[in-house]
Design a protein around this ligand. Sequence first.
Ligand SMILES: *[C@@H]1O[C@H](CO)[C@@H](O)[C@H](O)[C@H]1NC(C)=O
Ligand SMILES: *[C@@H]1O[C@H](CO)[C@@H](O)[C@H](O)[C@H]1NC(C)=O
Ligand SMILES: *[C@@H]1O[C@H](CO)[C@@H](O)[C@H](O)[C@H]1NC(C)=O
Length: 518
Amino acid sequence: MCLLRPLLALVFLLALGIGSLQAGRPLKVLGLFPHPGVSHFHFFRPIMRGLAEAGHDVSVVSHFPEKNPPIRYKDFPLTGIDTLTNSVDLQMFDKRTFYSHFQEFFLLLDWGKAACNYTLRSVALHQIMKRKAGYYDVIIMEQFNTDCMMGVAHQLQAPVIALSSCAMMPWHYERMGAPIIPSHIPALFMGQSQDMDFGGRLANWFSFHALNLMYKFFAIPAADALVQYKFGHDLPSVGEMVKNTSLFFVNQHFSLSGSKPMPPSVIELGGIHIQKTEPLPPEIQRVLDNAEHGVVLISWGSMIRANSLSAAKRDGIIRAVARLPQQVIWKWENDTIPNRPRNMHIYKWLPQRDILCHPNVKVFMSHGGLMGTSEAAYCGVPVVATPMYGDQFLNVAALIQRGMGVLLNYEDIGENTVIRTIKKAMDKKYADAAKAVSHSFNHRPQTALQTALWWIEHVGHTGGAPLLKPSAVEMSRFVYYSLDCYLVFGSILLLVIGSWGYVIRHCYLKRATKKKQE
Ligand SMILES: *[C@@H]1O[C@H](CO)[C@@H](O)[C@H](O)[C@H]1NC(C)=O
Ligand SMILES: *[C@@H]1O[C@H](CO)[C@@H](O)[C@H](O)[C@H]1NC(C)=O
Ligand SMILES: *[C@@H]1O[C@H](CO)[C@@H](O)[C@H](O)[C@H]1NC(C)=O
C-alpha cells in the first residue's frame, strides 16, 4: 500500500515525460531560414529548439547556429554573408513619404533574391538535398520576401509550415484562403491601426492590392527563375506551391494588433520568444532597485546603430535626460557618450525584457520593433515610440490605438519633444492601458510554444493536415469575394430598373403626344 503511491507518482512522471510528444513517433523536421536578419530569428529559434527538446529530430539551415544546441538539434549554417545586426544607419530615415513603402518593397525584394540565390548555392543546402524525398515529415520555413524555399520543399516532398516574424504581408492572405479586408486590417507597410479614417482606408486598400499584385509580378518570377535554374525547368511555379502551405504562424497577438478573421490554419504566436527570466547583471539591478523616481529604458533594437544618430538629436536626448528626475538606461554601441548626465547609464547590450519587467521601469523608448513591442505588452510598460522602417509603423500604430503608446517622430527628436513625450507616457492612463494589454497578452489557454508544438505535430502526423486547407485557396479571388454573384444580381437589378424606366418613359411620351394631338 505504501509502495503504491511512489509507484503511481513514477508512472505519472513517466507519462508526463512521454506526454510532451503527441501520440506517435518523433518527427524529422527541417527549418529553412535564408533571411539574414537576426530579429526574425528570435521568433524561429524557440520553436526549433522547442521541437528538439520535445524529442523531435531537427535540422536547421540558417545564419544563426546555436551556441548550445539541445541534442537532436543539428545546424547547417549559412556562412559568409553579412547578417543584418547593427547595420542600419539612422541617416537613411530622415525623410519619409507615401512612396517610401514602395521603395522598401523593392529593397525587400532585392534582399529576398540575394538570400535565395545564396542559399540555393550553399553547402548547407547541398547537404540537405542529399536526403531523399519524403525523408522529412515537416518543413518549417520563413515566408517573408521570397517564396524561394518552396522549391526546396517541393523537391523534398514534405508538408510546409510557414513562419512570419512580423504581421502577414499582403501576399500571404490568398495562399491561406484568408480574406483581405482593407477596411480594418492595416497593410503592413501603411503603418495604421485597425481604426482608419476614410483617407486611411483608401490608401490602405490601394497599398494592400498594389503590393499583392507587385509581388506576383516581380517576386514570384524572380524566385521561379532561381529555383528552376537549380532544380530544373519542369517545376511548377512557386506561386502554385505556396498554396500547399499547411499552417501559417504569425508573430502577433490580438491583445495588441486587434482581432482579425482568419482560418484556423493561421495561428498567432506573438510573444513566443519571451522565455524564462534570467537574473540581471548586478550593476543594472542596482540602478533599477535604487531608482526613486523610476527608470526610462531607451533601446532601438539590434539592427539600428544608436551612435549613427546625428549629433543634434543625440545632444537633444542628453539635455532632456539631464532634466528628468528618472534614471535612464540607454542601449548605446560605444563606450563613451559626450556630456553624459549623472542619471544616464549606457550599455552596449541589454537584457531588454528582464529590465522592462522590473516594477520601477516607467517608460520604454523604442523604435517599435516587434520584439520590443511584444516585450512591452508582456511587461505592461507604456512606450514612447520612434518608428523608422518596415513594420515598425504598424506596431506603433497598434500601441497608440491600444492607449499604451506615444508617438515621437524621428525627425522631431529634440530636447523638448523628448521631455514632453516621456512626461505624457508617465500619465496613469497609459500605465493602466498597458496593464490591460499585458493581462490579455499573458493569459492564454496554452503557452505560445505549446500551441506551436501541438500544431506542428498535428501537421506531421496527418501528412500536412489536408482537412485544414480551405477550398478557398484554389478559388479565384473573383469567386472568393462573390463578385460573380454581385455581378449577376447587379445586372438583374439594372435590367429591372432599366426596363421600368423604359416602360414609364414610353407611357409618359405616349400620353404627352396624345395630349398634343388633342
Ligand atoms: C547568383 O549568384 C551568382 C554567384 O554569386 C551570380 O553570378 C549570379 O549573377 C546571381 N544571380 C542572380 C539572379 O542574382
Ligand atoms: C500540393 O500538394 C498536393 C498533395 O500533397 C500535391 O499533389 C501537389 O502536387 C502539390 N502542388 C504543388 C504545386 O506542389
Ligand atoms: C565612439 O565615439 C567616439 C567619439 O564620439 C568616436 O570617435 C568613435 O568612432 C565611436 N566608436 C564607434 C565604434 O562608433
